[in-house]
Write a protein that binds this ligand. Structure first.
Ligand code: KIV
Ligand code: ZN
Length: 536
C-alpha cells in the first residue's frame, strides 16, 4: 500500500486522542454477516451459502465468525454446527439469549469448533426493561451473573453484550458489565443497538466504562454499531481510538435495519490511516472484493455504486481534472489502490475452449472447491455461458457457483420458459416446472413479459405470490453480461426472496421467482421477519 499519502498533521490529530489506550494492540475483527447481517430485511441464506461465506471470511482473515443464532430455527442450528465443524482458523461464535435453553442449545451447535465462543446478551436500557422485557434492574443483574456463569461452565471463551447499551443509564450499564466480567466473560460488547450514538458520545462512553470498571483492562472491549444515523463506521473507529480491542462488523455493512458497520470500511480505514489510528489488524485486504461480491450475490443485496471501498464507482474517476491528475500521479486523487482490496483491472479467466480441469483449478484458486456432479453442472453452465458470451470472468464464475449452491435444497426447478412479447402485443408465457421428477406446466397472457412469466409459474406451481420487489443488475459490463435478478415475494403474509443469474434476464427472472417459491416450500422466510426472536 502506498505511503505517499501525506498526513494532514499527524501530531495534531494524535494530540486530540491524548492518553489513548492500547496503541499498537491489534484490533480483533468479529464478523457478524451470518448473524446480524442475516437479519437484514430480505436476506435468506441457505446452509451451503453460509458455509461458503464462512470459508471466505476465514480467507479474509477475520478473527471471529458469528455463524448464527442457533435457537432461532433448526436450520440456523444446523448451519452454525456445520460451520463449527468445517471452518478452520477463526473462532466460531454462536449467539444465545440469556436463557439456559438458548445457551445449552448454542453450545451444542458450536462445541465441535476448533475454538468456540458463546455470545450471550441481555438488555440494560430502561426503555427495553420496562416496555419489552418487563423485568427489574435487579432481575437483569441476577440473569447476567447466572447466565454468564453457565456459559463459562461450558466454554472458555464467552462474550457478553448489553443490548441497547448506548441508551442505558451508564451507572447501571457499568454495574452489569462489571458483573459479567466478574462472572468470567472474556469479551464485553457495548452495542449501539438502535444506531443512536454519535462518535464523540460513543468514544466518551468507552472512556467512562474504562474508568468505572478497572477489570475491563483485562478483557476484550468490543464495539457493535448500527448505521441508523449513517455513523456506524465513525462510531466504531471512535471506539478503537479510545482503546476498544474488538470491532463487530459485517460485509457490505449488512445488518438489522440500516445495517452494521461495514467490515471493509473499518479495515481500510485502519490500514490507510494507520499513521493516526496505530492499530494493526489481521484482515487480508486483497480478499475484500471477493467477499463483498459473494455476500452480495448470495444475499441478493446489491451494493450501491457509490458505497465506500466496494461500490462500483469507489475507484472510478469521472471528472477530467481527476483523470488528468491520476494519469500524472495516482496519489493526486487516490488514497487506496483498487488492487489493495483484490480488484484486478482485467479478470478475464477462461476462454470457451477451457476444459473441466482448468475450470476446477481456477475455481480452487478463488476458493471455490467443487467436485463431482456440482462441478459437472458448473462446467455445463460455463460452456453454455462461454458460447453466448465472449469472455467468462471470475465474477461470472462466482455468480454461477452461487446459483449452484442456492439450488441444493430446491423442491422445484425450472425446466423451460418460452416468452412471446413485443410492443403493441399481449405478452404470453409458457413454463414447465419440475417437482420430484414430475413436470407441471403453466401459461399466462398479460401486459408485460416479466409479469406473464411470473403468472405462468404461479399457474404451474399452484401458489400465488405477490411481488414486493424486483431488481436486475449486470454481473460485468458489456451487452453480453450475465444478468442477475432478485425478487421478494409475499405468500400468505410472509416474505420470501429468490435470486438467479442467466445471460437472458427473462430466464433469470423465471429462475429467481421459482427460487422464491422454493423458499415458500421449505419455509425459509426472508430475514427481518425473524428479528423479533432476538428478544426474551
Ligand atoms: O445490536 C445488538 O444489540 C445486537 C446484540 C445481539 C449484540 O446485535
Ligand atoms: Zn446488532
Amino acid at each position: 500500500m502506498s505511503d505517499r499519502n501525506p498526513s494532514m498533521d499527524a501530531a495534531t490529530a494524535r494530540a486530540s486522542c491524548a492518553s489513548r489506550r492500547n496503541v499498537g494492540v491489534p484490533v480483533v475483527f468479529f464478523d457478524t454477516t451470518l448473524r446480524d447481517g442475516e437479519q437484514s430485511p430480505g436476506s435468506s441464506l441457505n446452509a451451503s451459502e453460509k458455509l461458503e461465506i464462512a470459508h471466505q471470511l476465514a480467507r479474509l482473515g477475520v478473527d471471529v465468525i458469528e455463524a448464527g443464532f442457533p435457537a432461532s430455527s433448526p436450520g440456523d442450528f444446523a448451519a452454525v454446527q456445520t460451520i463449527a465443524r468445517e471452518v478452520r482458523g477463526p473462532v466460531i461464535c454462536g449467539l444465545a439469549r440469556c436463557t439456559e435453553g438458548d445457551i445449552r442449545n448454542c453450545w451444542d451447535a458450536i462445541k465441535d469448533a476448533e475454538r468456540p465462543r458463546l455470545h450471550t446478551f441481555v438488555s440494560t436500557s430502561d426503555i427495553h426493561l420496562q416496555h419489552q422485557m418487563r423485568v427489574s434492574r435487579e432481575e437483569i443483574v441476577r440473569i447476567t451473573r447466572e447466565m454468564v456463569r453457565l456459559c463459562v461452565s461450558l466454554c472458555p471463551d464467552v462474550e457478553f453484550s448489553a443490548m441497547d447499551a448506548t441508551r442505558s443509564d451508564v451507572d447501571f450499564l457499568a454495574e452489569v458489565l462489571a458483573i459479567a466480567v466478574e462472572a468470567g466473560a472474556t469479551t464485553i460488547n457495548v452495542p449501539d443497538t438502535v444506531g443512536y450514538a454519535l462518535p464523540g458520545e460513543y468514544a466518551a462512553l468507552m472512556d467512562r466504562l474504562y474508568e468505572k470498571i478497572p477489570a475491563l483492562e483485562s478483557v476484550v472491549l468490543s464495539a457493535h454499531c448500527h448505521n441508523d444515523l449513517g455513523v456506524a463506521v465513525a462510531n466504531t473507529l471512535a471506539a478503537v481510538e479510545r482503546g476498544a480491542t474488538q470491532v463487530e462488523v459485517a460485509i457490505n455493512g449488512l445488518g438489522e435495519r440500516a445495517g452494521n458497520a461495514a467490515l471493509e470500511e473499518v479495515a481500510m480505514a485502519l490500514v490507510t490511516r494507520r499513521d493516526i489510528l496505530e492499530r494493526p489488524c489481521n484482515i487480508v485486504t486483497t480478499e475484500i472484493a471477493r467477499a463483498s461480491r459473494m455476500v452480495s450475490s448470495f444475499t441478493g443485496h446489491i451494493v450501491q455504486a457509490n458505497k465506500a471501498i466496494v461500490g462500483k464507482n469507489a475507484f472510478a474517476h469521472e471528472s477530467g481534472i481527476h483523470q488528468d491528475g491520476v494519469l500524472k500521479e495516482r496519489t493526486t486523487y487516490e488514497i487506496m489502490r483498487a488492487r489493495d482490496i483484490g480488484l484486478s483491472e482485467s479478470d478475464i479467466v477462461l476462454g470457451k475452449h477451457s476444459g473441466r480441469h482448468a475450470l476446477r483449478a481456477h475455481l480452487a484458486e478463488i476458493g471455490l472447491h467443487l467436485e463431482g456432479p456440482e462441478l459437472d453442472e458448473i462446467f455445463r453452465r460455463f460452456k453454455e455461458t462461454a458460447d453466448k458470451k465472449k469472455e467468462v470472468t471470475t465474477a461470472d464464475l462466482e455468480a454461477l457457483v452461487g446459483e449452484e449452491l442456492r439450488q441444493r435444497e430446491d423442491v422445484y426447478s425450472l425446466r423451460h420458459v418460452y416468452v412471446s412479447t413485443g410492443t403493441d402485443i399481449i405478452s404470453s408465457s409458457q413454463v414447465a416446472v419440475c417437482k420430484e421428477g414430475k413436470e407441471h406446466s403453466g401459461k399466462a397472457f398479460t401486459g408485460g413479459s416479466v409479469e406473464s412469466v411470473f403468472l405462468a409459474i404461479d399457474d404451474a406451481v399452484g401458489v400465488t405470490g405477490k411481488l414486493l420487489d424486483y431488481q436486475v443488475r449486470s454481473i460485468t459490463s458489456g451487452k453480453d453480461s450475465l444478468g442477475e435478478v432478485r425478487v421478494v415475494v409475499e405468500v400468505d403474509g410472509r416474505r420470501y426472496a429468490g435470486q438467479a443469474v442467466s445471460i437472458d434476464v427473462l430466464e433469470a427472472s423465471a429462475k429467481a421467482y421459482v427460487r422464491a417459491l422454493n423458499n415458500v416450500a421449505t419455509g425459509r422466510e426472508a430475514g427481518g421477519a425473524r428479528g423479533d426472536r432476538l428478544y426474551l
